[in-house]
Write a new protein. Structure first.
Length: 564
């Protein structure tokens, strides 16, 4: 342990010479690791919050007694005084509010007309108080696992689009997906999907032909061979055809996953309305299946949750859908579907990777971790994504909801609180997930860690660009501008490093959003060399995501009409 004065080694029994000479008692830390100081941005957020509280007190002091109640009604201290805020990521699971009531008391699983299990809440026409849940013992095995055999239809569709499930193209597509895109699509559980795909059992819980085609379509976007990228369209069309013909009639886990994959695919190529529609189908179907209820409470009613692994996979899929809901809503600036108050799903456990998974591991997390069997970064980064998704939800609900939409003093307070939450989120990150632009160029940049920080800095830009317009004084305005510039510079630094180490053609879709937000700051505050670089970034990203080309065109039109 170290003494607090000179950081010299000292004994727990007798004080060191430094403390003795000062007449002080030696104090010890439980951990001998040097603490990272609070970031400048975090301190700035705290200063802004304190300044806002001081201005509130001044207003109260100077106001007429009859006006004090109205002034205080504008203030919201709930987030500021949240006892869970600021805890380490390892402790963040305590912030999950889990209802311990048995789920069957507030809803029930019922067998649908097609044999699948569907969730009905307490106000449902099918929910009868005091009546036991349907007896599921007689339903077919196919409905227990949530999949229905459509071999003939699948064969016909695959043949129509010139797809062979045994060809090397499928293997290459899957490899590209799990190497590059999986950390951003964790509503798919890699081990279970691949196990069912490779073993080719008749009863597959976590595999279906539409899901396979949708995953392959996304994976082929990451391939460098032109013919393989062209084949991506065929896989997408095959998945879409199967889902539109049979997906609605047979809701199940793999159908939810496949529709969500198609949503990202369509958003990525600029078909925004269609992508938004597919995401809505996926998330509504997830609610239909009761994903928002913790699987532990369904175990007796749903025989597909036969093992602890099945329950953990179900939780993983829910949280993956939760994150996707928030990211897609952020891209569109629209309300979310999944709300924390509607969910009771517990935090995830970490399931180890098996040795045979080595070939399929993502670029970065495991290769820079502790080896197979201990995914050192993937699950921590997934949990960090959940924390960031919660902030996105609050931002969309508190700042941009049509009726909420606070103004003036209240809006400033809301922005300050959200800025503080973002800073707390960054400060609480596990050391393995932290990033700094001052790291040596040789330091490996893990792709999913890079994506975390791109979204983080994008959110800071969104909040503080608005704060620039609202600032009452030049100093406040300059402070918000400085935050925007700092976050834009960090995004650019991440993009440069990612480009040098991996190549931007392998960039996730969220990089397009981050580049657009950074370009807005660069355009407003005049950094010409970075403007041209960000346009180049969007060109590079457009190799996989056509949306980047559309965004570039919008940015150029905005820049030419407003800046000149």
């Amino acid at each position: 342990m170290r003494c607090r004065y000179r950081k010299l080694k000292c004994s727990r029994v007798e004080p060191c010479s430094n403390c003795s000479s000062l007449g002080e008692k030696c104090e010890y830390r439980e951990s001998d690791i040097k603490r990272r100081p609070a970031s400048r941005i975090y301190v700035s957020c705290l200063e802004k919050r304190i300044a806002w509280l001081e201005s509130l007190l001044i207003r109260v002091k100077e106001a007429d007694p009859s006006d004090i109640a109205a002034i205080l009604s504008e203030a919201n201290f709930d987030e500021h005084l949240n006892p869970q805020a600021g805890k380490n990521t390892a402790d963040s699971e305590a912030s999950f509010v889990i209802s311990r009531r048995p789920c069957l008391q507030i809803g029930s699983l019922q067998t649908g007309s097609e044999g699948s299990l569907l969730y009905y809440g307490p106000t449902s026409i099918y929910h009868l108080s005091g009546v036991p849940t349907n007896d599921h013992s007689s339903r077919p095995v196919s409905s227990l696992i949530g999949s229905v055999s459509h071999d003939s239809l699948t064969s016909h569709v695959a043949q129509h689009f010139g797809i062979s499930m045994r060809e090397e193209l499928v293997q290459n597509a899957l490899l590209a997906f799990f190497n590059w895109q999986y950390p951003h699509f964790m509503f798919i559980y890699r081990e279970a999907f691949l196990r069912d795909h490779i073993k080719k059992h008749q009863s597959r819980k976590y595999w279906s032909a539409p899901l396979l085609f949708a995953v392959c379509a996304l994976g082929l976007l990451m391939r460098t061979v032109h013919d393989e990228r062209e084949a991506s369209e065929r896989f997408f069309a095959a998945a879409e055809s199967l889902l539109l013909v049979s997906g609605f009639a047979h809701p199940c886990i793999t159908t939810v996953q496949a529709f969500l994959c198609l949503a990202y695919y369509e958003i990525g190529r600029g078909n925004l309305s269609k992508g938004w529609g597919f995401s809505g189908i996926a998330l509504r179907m997830a609610q239909d299946l009761g994903f928002q209820r913790d699987p532990r409470n369904w175990q007796l009613a749903d025989e597909s949750l036969a093992t602890p692994e099945d329950m953990e996979i179900r939780r993983r899929i829910y949280w993956g859908c939760y994150i996707s809901d928030k990211v897609i809503s952020l891209i569109f600036g629209r309300p979310v579907v999944f709300h924390d108050d509607d969910s009771e799903v517990e935090p995830m456990e970490q399931l180890p990777d098996l040795p045979q998974m080595a070939y399929w591991l993502s670029v970065g997390p495991e290769s820079h971790g502790n080896g197979i069997g201990n995914t050192s970064l993937l699950i921590p980064s997934f949990r960090a994504q959940i924390g960031l998704a919660r902030i996105i939800q609050r931002m969309l609900a508190q700042l941009y909801a049509a009726k909420q939409n606070p103004e003036g003093f209240r809006r400033e307070a809301c922005i300050n609180v959200l800025n503080l939450e973002l800073s707390r989120w960054e400060s609480a990150l596990d050391e393995t997930l932290k990033w700094s632009k001052w790291q040596p160029n040789s330091t490996p940049l893990v792709p999913n860690v890079a994506a975390l920080h791109v979204i983080f800095h994008s959110l800071r830009i969104v909040l503080n660009l608005e704060a620039v317009d609202m600032a009452a004084s030049p100093s406040d305005r300059n402070g918000s501008k400085a935050v925007c510039r700092s976050s834009a510079e960090d995004i650019i630094a991440i993009l440069r490093k990612y480009q040098s180490q991996h190549g931007l053609r392998y960039a996730p879709l969220t990089f397009v959003y981050g580049a657009a937000r950074a370009a807005q700051v660069v355009g407003l505050f005049g950094i010409p060399k970075e403007w041209s670089y960000l346009l180049q970034v969007l060109d590079a990203c457009s190799q996989a995501w056509t949306l980047a080309r559309d965004v570039k065109g919008k940015l150029l039109g905005w820049y030419n009409s407003n800046m000149h």
